[in-house]
Design a protein around this ligand. Structure first.
Ligand code: MG
Length: 422
């Protein structure tokens, strides 16, 4: 029926108008009248931001369109100042444009900032918030969940790991933390192994460990390991504090504990140093939360500097960039455990990506000390069920912010999705 209709249209139009102009009009007419697969025609009309402080600094961005649909994105860590980058730079890439051309807008925004820091940090964090808002918008406009737009699900629910953010042991507080994490159903727990208040440190700046300091750290990790049943995995985070000699000694001392991984044993920017640590130990090494874009992961993979990659989809460039990083890692047989410290909105956005990644293990959850905020942040309530998040089937990210609850954590003096006055 459709081909008959097109032939009739062509004949009728040809006899009536003739010439190239008529054909162009005809082509447009066919696009708008005869195809049942029309994509919505949207135009970006405004970009607004809000900033909160929960686990660090988070930036929320909303991209509005001429048809009343808006997309919501969240970015983190290098978020202070990112709102200004959005409003003073990226805004002009977005206004008036079709928001469904996500790759085009992302690449324009990235290349616009090549001389303004678009390789990492605040600029990429700003770009990330925008990218995620565009995916949320695309999902809402096309009435599909984001995972479907990224290739479809390979799993329905996302295993979370609980970063307790603590290093205390053998006291009432540490027992309560572990009991609560287990009660919430987590099968992986992470603890810190860098303690700025370790009484044996050489001084406040030097992180080279002496024997007493090292013994205390290893004893703490041993204690936590002993409290957990075998089916619960334990990981430790060094936050990139240590030098190579300390990182190697710690990693070797951890070997009998069979940790899931030792994260950022040295700072992330020196890939050769990370590789040296990895080659020295049987303890798996993880890194990635302080690397940006695909470019930040190619050398880690090529040089075999890490066993597990931990990109943060709320700062590394966004959801599609995260998917691309995961695909690169898959080609090197390297699993992904994304870093994640954001609200349920950003976490669910990450879940959409994790649902599409074959080489995914588990996603971080870090609101252990902010449970009340977590549970009231979105209108849908607590999205964690027994240590997992079920990926939303609703269009876009699939969650709506409870503004009254979220605003309790607003950074003073910053706008709350108000029109830009700059
Ligand atoms: Mg970390």
């Amino acid at each position: 029926m459709r081909s008959l209709s097109r032939r009739w249209f062509l004949r009728s139009a040809g006899s009536l108008c003739g010439g190239a102009l008529a054909l162009a009009r005809l082509s447009a007419a066919i696009q708008t009248t005869s195809s049942p697969y029309r994509r919505p025609k949207l135009k970006i009309t405004d970009v607004r931001t809000a900033e909160v402080r929960v686990h660090g600094h988070q930036l929320h961005v909303r991209i509005y369109t001429d048809q009343g649909i808006y997309g919501h994105g969240e970015a983190t860590d290098a978020a202070a100042g990112a709102a200004s980058i959005i409003q003073r730079h990226l805004r002009f890439v977005l206004l008036g444009q079709d928001p469904l051309n996500i790759e085009l807008l992302f690449e324009r925004g990235r290349t616009l900032g090549i001389f303004a820091g678009a390789q990492a940090g605040q600029y990429v964090t700003a770009l990330t918030a925008v990218e995620i808002a565009l995916w949320d918008l695309a999902g809402k406009a096309l009435e599909l969940p984001i995972y479907q737009l990224l290739g479809g699900k390979v799993r329905d629910r996302i295993r979370l790991y609980c970063d307790t953010g603590h290093h205390e042991v053998d006291n009432e507080k540490s027992r309560e933390i572990l009991a609560r994490a287990r009660q919430m159903g987590f099968s992986i727990i992470k603890m810190d192994c860098d303690d700025p208040r370790n009484p044996y440190r050489w001084d406040r700046l030097n992180w080279t460990m002496n024997n007493r300091e090292l013994d205390l750290v290893v004893k703490r990790v041993e204690w936590v390991r002993q409290q957990l049943p075998q089916e619960i995995e334990l990981a430790v985070d060094g936050h990139g504090r240590f030098d190579v000699v300390t990182a190697k000694r710690l990693a070797r001392a951890f070997e009998p504990l069979r940790l899931l991984y030792f994260e950022e044993p040295v700072p992330a920017e020196n890939v050769a140093a990370m590789r040296e640590v990895r080659e020295s130990t049987a303890t798996p090494i993880a890194c990635g939360e302080n690397r940006y874009l695909r470019h930040g992961f190619t050398d880690i993979l090529e040089q075999r500097a890490a066993d597990i990659l931990t990109p943060d989809f709320q700062k590394c460039g966004g959801l599609f960039e995260g998917r691309k990083i995961a695909d690169l890692a898959h080609a090197y047989y390297t699993p992904i455990m994304p870093h994640c410290v954001v609200s349920p909105i950003g976490t669910m956005a990450s879940c959409h990506v994790c649902a599409t990644i074959p080489n995914f293990i588990s996603l971080e959850w870090h609101w252990f000390d902010d449970l009340e905020s977590w549970r009231e942040w979105v209108q849908e309530g607590d999205i964690i069920k027994n240590g997992f998040i079920e990926v939303s089937d609703r269009p876009g990210i699939g969650l709506t912010m409870n503004e009254e609850a979220a605003r309790k954590r607003q950074v003073p003096g910053t706008p709350w999705f108000e029109p830009w006055k700059g």
